[in-house]
Design a protein around this ligand. Structure first.
Ligand code: ADP
Ligand code: ADP
Length: 225
């Protein structure tokens, strides 16, 4: 089974109102286990909407979403939240780390929320931080870290509960080009080591070319690029 399968997804905002905007029309997408797909789109093309629908943060008007072979389209909000928590990791352009907690704690907290014992959660957090090269930052708060380091922590947090799917929206978009390149490399290594499937939105065509497949979202349609 594909890890993520979207079929016939359509989304219109402000339906029937003056500001009506048809953002997605008939989107089909299947991401295989271990496959990393780049999503390239001009600003305003609907990539956030697409990622939010794929990650069960938003619902489509029509079409179906399957995660790990399970049709999650018609599930209750409570079940959708449960699937999202266990199966999907998110990374955004901004790290959204909790400022009063250390790097380690930021990676531990989602695991505690998922019911994992504290010692186990800490060991996993430490291991993840080491894998992205910031083991020595474990006790630092976000404000004490560079932008690149903050994003690395955000990657670890997204993977903390071992999701099957990573959804990333311009994960290195806030970093200078050189830092972006290195931090993106760290993310790709982490994804490859984990065998995770990923859909990663980026404006950076060079980064996109490092992925298995590049898709372009334009005028509400998804095409191979
Ligand atoms: P992208 O991430 O590609 O920039 P978005 O998915 O954020 O695009 O938005 C696509 C289009 O839909 C934009 O024109 C945006 O203004 C509009 N839009 C996004 N969210 C809403 C909303 N909740 N209500 C109305 N319009 C929206
Ligand atoms: P990275 O590529 O990991 O983002 P940088 O080259 O940006 O690292 O920064 C190198 C080092 O400089 C970091 O390990 C960090 O200690 C320090 N540093 C950079 N920016 C900041 C910042 N805004 N606040 C605190 N320390 C910083």
């Amino acid at each position: 089974d594909p890890v993520l399968a979207l079929s016939g997804i359509a989304k219109t905002y402000n339906q029937g109102l003056p500001g009506e905007i048809r953002v997605l029309r008939d989107i089909d997408l299947a991401i295989a286990p271990g496959e990393v797909v780049a999503l390239v789109a001009p600003s305003g093309a609907g990539k956030s909407t697409l990622l939010h629908i794929a990650g069960l943060l938003d619902t489509a008007d029509t079409g179906s979403v399957r995660i790990g072979g399970e049709d999650v389209t018609g599930l209750s909000d409570r079940r959708r939240t449960a699937v999202r928590r266990s199966d999907v990791g998110f990374v955004y352009q901004f790290h959204h780390l909790l400022p009063e907690f250390t790097a380690l704690e930021n990676v531990v907290l989602p695991q505690l929320a998922d019911g994992k014992p504290k010692r186990e959660a800490e060991a996993r957090a430490q291991e993840l931080l080491a894998r992205v090269g910031i083991a020595e930052r474990a006790g630092h708060r976000p404000a004490q870290m560079s932008g690149g380091e903050q994003q690395r922590v955000a990657f670890c947090r997204a993977l903390a509960n071992a999701p099957r799917l990573l959804l990333a929206d311009e994960p290195t978009g806030n970093l200078d080009p050189e830092t972006s390149d290195r931090v993106f490399g760290a993310l790709m290594e982490l994804v490859r080591d984990t065998g995770l499937s990923a859909l990663i939105a980026t404006h950076n065509l060079e980064l996109a070319r490092r992925m298995d497949r590049v898709l372009r979202l334009d005028a509400g349609e998804l095409t191979a690029a």
